[in-house]
Design a protein around this ligand. Structure first.
Ligand SMILES: [Zn+2]
Length: 420
């Protein structure tokens, strides 16, 4: 069974950071040059496998193992491309990591036997660099680049290839470490609880669990950020000369916009799935968004749904992170859940106004949280425990934070409880 540890790594000094950037930059150059050569050969109908000339060139920066790893990754990308072609699918050959205008995508792969992580109070990871860079940075022959590790590993087991990515927007380095774990270490036998998600546009996710937890991820701040970048793109587009339909700055803004969204989405999923995992959730239900589109057909909602929220990508990611944690994901019909009163079952006479659902029977509650609760009760066979106070999260400062000010004693400041 494979699982992935995610954590942040930090260079310990400016010089270490410069070195790390050089290694990542050389990795991207190598990838791009190799890809360019192979694309030429492919389009000229030649074999792509005779591309040894770059290996020597990058060995001084990446070391022999580093060169081998990038080559193997590139081989794998071409092999899957050829496999797709063979099965008659529409595929395009492997592409570049970034481009000259927007800069390169900086990432780094380290073979499983060439790095070492020490966990504990002074957690760190050591990665190899090539001899030329060692000389340039006055490192000893056996020395490696040492990075600080922030965070705790969730999984232990046989380590796989480490990937480090540089996030330009947040100016951070994230590491992904696949580990192969023992089946017996897997999901606790206690994990049998269930959760339901109500996905929306103003509140991105409302979640209710059978253990009585409720989480609400508010999308307003994030959407504002998205909208202001969109406006800037529109403003710049108006100023373009008539023969030009884009510019370097506009492309950069598009990239920034989607990176910000992707980053917030990834973080939301990690945050949520880790909470669910800790609650012992074994199954998560989610509905499709057709209900939302039908009940609120407005151009603004459609903009949010299609451009901003990238729903399909979100679901794909949710599935993969849940799978990583041994949680099953099931799609179910969401019809009427958003209008149903949890107290009396009324569906037609209830009223949704902004964040509140009210019913003639006297019920009044948060509309999205209520919907997720109704959705859960409809799908689960389990007993649903009484609800604790919901926790509301808002995107700000690159992470999902609870929006209340006063932390309760003994709770993590990131998950303070709030009144509905
Ligand atoms: Zn009612």
């Amino acid at each position: 069974m494979k699982r992935t540890n995610t954590f942040e790594v930090r260079p310990r000094s400016e010089s270490d950071e410069a070195l790390l950037q050089e290694v990542m930059d050389a990795t991207a150059s190598f990838w791009n040059e190799l890809t360019y050569a192979r694309r030429q050969q492919f389009f000229d109908d030649e074999s792509i496998w005779e591309t040894d000339e770059f290996r020597g060139q990058y060995k001084g920066q990446l070391g022999a193992a580093g060169v081998q790893t990038v080559t193997r990754k590139n081989n794998a990308a071409w092999n899957s491309f050829f496999a797709l072609l063979e099965s008659g699918e529409d595929a395009s050959p492997p592409g570049y990591w970034g481009n000259a205008d927007d800069g390169r995508d900086l990432r780094l792969f380290v073979r499983n036997d060439s790095y070492e992580i020490q966990w504990g109070e002074h957690s760190r990871v050591e990665i190899p660099v090539g001899q030329d860079l060692k000389d340039e940075y006055h490192m000893g022959y056996f020395e490696r680049l040492r990075l600080e590790v922030r965070g705790d590993p969730k999984w232990s087991g046989e380590q796989g290839e480490l990937e480090i990515q540089y996030d330009e927007v947040e100016d951070t380095y994230r590491a992904y470490q696949p580990v192969t774990i023992d089946e017996s270490e897997l999901d606790s036998p206690l994990a049998s609880e269930e959760a339901a998600l109500d996905l929306g546009v103003n509140n991105l996710v409302a979640c209710t669990t059978t253990t009585g937890e409720q989480y609400l991820y508010d999308g307003e701040e994030l959407f504002e950020q998205f909208r202001s970048t969109t406006e800037e793109i529109a403003r710049l587009s108006c100023k373009l000369p008539p023969d030009q339909d884009t510019s370097q700055r506009i492309r950069r803004l598009y990239r920034k916009r989607s990176r910000q969204r992707t980053h917030a989405q990834k973080d939301l999923i990690r945050d949520l799935v880790e909470r669910l995992y800790d609650e012992g959730i074994a199954t998560v239900y989610f509905g499709d968004l057709t209900g939302v589109i039908k009940t609120q057909p407005s151009p603004e909602i459609n903009e949010k749904l299609e451009n901003f929220w990238a729903f399909k990508k979100f679901i794909d990611q949710l599935q993969s992170v849940c799978e990583e944690h041994g949680i099953a994901v099931e799609e179910e019909s969401e019809a009427w859940t958003s209008q149903t009163c949890p107290e009396c079952g009324e569906q037609t006479d209830t009223v949704r106004h902004r964040e509140t659902l009210t019913c003639p029977c006297g019920f009044e509650g948060h509309s999205d949280l209520t919907a997720s609760e109704t959705f859960l009760r409809r799908n689960t066979d389990k007993q649903v425990r009484p609800m604790a106070r919901p926790v509301r999260f808002q995107w700000g400062n690159h992470e999902w934070r609870s929006t209340t000010d006063a932390p309760e004693l003994g709770t993590n400041p990131n998950e303070q409880r709030t009144n509905p």
